[in-house]
Design a protein around this ligand. Structure first.
Ligand code: ADP
Length: 379
């Protein structure tokens, strides 16, 4: 749309075989800030319109070769100018002429000799209507894309739900059958079956929770933003991660942010992000290594980093790890349970806070994930 960034108020193509008429209209409209392109006949006008579709056409009816009605029909037949408003110009104030003009696709009609105010007001009205129509179309297109996205999400949800739940479900069924055959739960073998059922159930529950979260976040989450003490938030996350870290033999360290700034976030959601990063750091690390949670104050942002000395991520996998359902395809990574949704969810949440989530990693040396939040965010 030529409404655009320059100061011109619209791009108008004027078609008239009388040079004086072109000059009068050109001057009148240029003075008002319109961009004007004059054309002396229908063929030139059609070529100009095809090269750069104008926002409006002022079109003389009586012209040699191709008359105005035909030019209008051809403009309406070409997809790039089908919606461009055409105002007819004619010396005749004849009803039949006007009807033919409207039938050919014109939206208005101006009689010569031109009255400046009339021309300007008709041009302005038609341009306004045209731009409103374009805006409505753009909104409709946005809606269409949004619903397409929802539909893809639903398909993905159903595909993953059915595929990734099959394994744990058949594990549960097998364990129940074996347990039945075995006959008791209180010896070592019985407990083994029970634990297998518990593990698989937890796997299905995690998958459902992640899928629901992803759907909720991707369809637009209402954040409950409030001022929060950054260090209190970090401490909460640290304390939650202490037990799983201990169980995995990992040393967990917290380095609070100097100055303990307040941040404006949805505390529950930001906690979810950090818990996810900490849980990954612990999951993909070996016993005896360390996981660090730290924050620092930069000029315009706050950086919260979770780093580990674990498996690391191969370079070719780094561009994909924030994609939904992506898991690094290596035996070390795949033997750890996961849905491939945690980082996609974390990134969506951080971006809704107008922040960004970054990763640095070296295979075999460890990874570090950094949440960057604006210092005075306004999410
Ligand atoms: P998952 O539930 O599989 O952990 P995520 O979306 O949280 O899903 O992570 C995607 C993938 O990125 C993981 O499957 C894992 O391969 C890799 N990954 C994430 N965090 C780390 C980490 N700290 N160290 C090594 N690999 C990681």
């Amino acid at each position: 749309m030529a409404q655009a960034s320059h100061q011109q108020r619209g791009d108008i193509l004027i078609v008239d075989d009388t040079p004086e008429n072109l000059q009068v209209l050109n001057q009148m409209l240029t003075q008002q800030g319109y961009r004007v392109r004059p054309a002396l006949n229908g063929a030139l006008a059609l070529r100009a319109a095809q090269a750069t579709p104008p926002d409006l056409v002022l079109l003389d009816i009586r012209m040699p070769d191709i008359d105005g009605y035909e030019v209008c029909r051809r403009l309406k037949a070409a997809p790039e100018t089908a919606d461009t408003p055409v105002i007819f110009l004619s010396a005749l104030d004849d009803l039949q002429d006007k009807l033919l003009g409207f039938r050919a696709g014109g939206v208005d009609y101006i009689t010569k000799p031109f009255q400046a105010e009339e021309v300007l007001s008709r041009v302005e009205t038609q341009l306004k209507l045209y731009w409103q129509r374009r805006q409505i179309e753009a909104l409709r297109e946005q809606d269409r894309q949004y619903y397409d996205h929802l539909s893809q999400l639903k398909d993905q949800f159903l595909r993953t739900a059915s595929h990734d739940m099959k394994n744990p479900l058949s594990n549960i069924m097998n364990a129940i059958l074996l347990l039945e055959r075995h006959g008791h739960m209180d010896d070592e073998q019985g407990q083994y079956f029970i634990n297998s059922i518990k593990r698989s159930t937890a796997q299905i529950r995690n998958l459902i929770n992640d899928l629901l979260d992803l759907a909720r976040i991707e369809t637009g989450l209402a954040l409950m933003v409030e001022p929060v003490s950054l260090n209190s938030l970090l401490r909460l996350c640290y304390e939650d991660a202490l037990l799983p870290a201990q169980q995995a033999g990992i040393h967990l360290h917290l380095t609070p942010c100097p100055g303990n700034p307040q941040i404006r976030v949805d505390p529950q959601r930001m906690q979810q992000v950090l818990q996810n990063l900490l849980s990954n750091a612990i999951k993909y690390s070996s016993p005896g290594s360390s996981v660090m949670l730290e924050a620092s104050l930069l000029e315009e942002s706050i950086a919260i980093t979770v780093s580990d000395e674990g498996l690391g991520i191969p370079e070719n996998a780094l561009p994909h790890i924030f994609e939904s359902f992506y898991r690094v395809d290596s035996p070390g990574h795949l033997q750890v349970g996961g849905t491939g949704l945690g980082l996609a969810i974390a990134r969506s949440i951080v971006e809704q806070h107008k922040g960004s989530l970054h990763v640095q990693s070296r295979l075999g040396e460890g990874s570090s994930f950094t949440v960057m939040l604006p210092r005075s965010p306004n999410p």
